[in-house]
Design a protein around this ligand. Structure first.
Ligand code: SF4
Ligand code: SF4
Length: 296
């Protein structure tokens, strides 16, 4: 089974894996190639969590909008016990097979997701209590059907990660992983984020086209003071937009302020919500502060 690499607890039950933590300098023996007897076996039973950059690469590859990609190719799940939204690749019909699998192998190879690139490695991002940055640790996933472990090829994990094109994927998703990791490591201490915070998390993480529309709304620009060139970049540069989305998540969820607020943002936001409430004929709204970005 090709599985998530996000956390050690996501490993398949009864996995023969020995969870030895490895660093990028450690070596492991593995080679996957088209002539191997188990070719395609790993793609017949998938359980793949998608990252924001995975989704962007696949939707571009397939020529779909974010919304259409999400609707056609994904299923929601919860990333943690506090219902943080996650996305998995939908399997083909009633099978456990990847929808992109072909007789000749992966039908989206150049844009295959992070988990496919890591296999047969798993990735654990960890942050030690007093460390400034998070650290990537790896472990080898050894499953019976995978014969790649018996091929005579030894490499460092760093070499493997590079050969699989993962530096680009990890670079694009790093700030998002930090958001997820911080939530996981803080556990219940910061409380369960509101539904609206999770709506913003979903939009900013998985629906880049929707997020682009969101940052161009009057409500958003009533609150955030963005220079003209930044607004242009948000509209025209997908990778700039994605990194901005992760910054906004850090700001809204954890108070890491990197996006300037308008001096009168709070008054404008409250005034706007009053007007909306009046238009809808609703009673005076209850203001709950910055933790409600979707309603701006
Ligand atoms: S995306 Fe490609 S490599 Fe990944 S499971 Fe599907 S067919 Fe296999
Ligand atoms: S060697 Fe492993 S990763 Fe490669 S095709 Fe076989 S089962 Fe899949």
């Amino acid at each position: 089974m090709m599985t998530n690499n996000g956390a050690i607890e996501n490993l398949p039950p009864q996995s023969p894996l020995t969870p030895v933590k490895l660093t990028s300098q450690d070596t492991f023996q593995f080679r996957c190639h088209q002539d191997i007897a188990c070719f395609n076996q790993c793609c017949k039973h998938i359980d793949l969590t998608l990252t924001p950059y995975d989704i962007w690469r696949l939707q571009k590859r397939l020529g779909l909008s974010s919304a259409d990609f999400l609707a056609q190719h994904t299923v929601p799940f919860e990333l943690d016990a506090q219902e943080m939204p996650g996305i998995k690749l939908k399997t083909r019909g009633n099978t456990t097979e990847c929808p992109f699998l072909t007789e000749a192998g992966c039908g989206v190879y150049a844009d295959r997701p992070t988990s496919c690139r890591y296999y047969a490695l798993g990735l654990m991002s960890m942050k030690a209590k007093d460390a400034k940055t998070d650290e990537d640790l790896y472990f080898v996933v050894k499953e019976d059907h995978c014969l790649g472990h018996y091929e005579a090829q030894e490499q460092t994990i760093g070499e493997y990660v590079k050969a699989q094109g993962l530096e680009e994927y990890n670079g694009a998703d790093r700030a998002w992983r930090q958001v997820v990791l911080k939530k996981r490591s803080s556990g219940p201490t910061i409380g369960k984020p509101s539904t609206r915070s999770y709506q913003l998390f979903f939009l900013a993480s998985y629906n880049l086209d929707g997020f682009r529309e969101f940052v161009s709304t009057e409500g958003f620009n009533d609150v955030y003071e963005l220079e003209e060139d930044i607004q242009q970049s948000l509209q025209n540069d997908d990778m700039y937009l994605m990194q901005f989305a992760f910054r906004l998540l850090k700001q809204v969820l954890y108070g890491e302020m990197t996006i300037p607020l308008r001096a009168d943002a709070e008054e404008r936001r409250i005034q706007r919500r009053r007007e909306l409430a009046a238009l809808k004929g609703e009673p005076e709204f209850e203001d709950r502060g910055y933790d409600e970005p979707i309603e701006w």
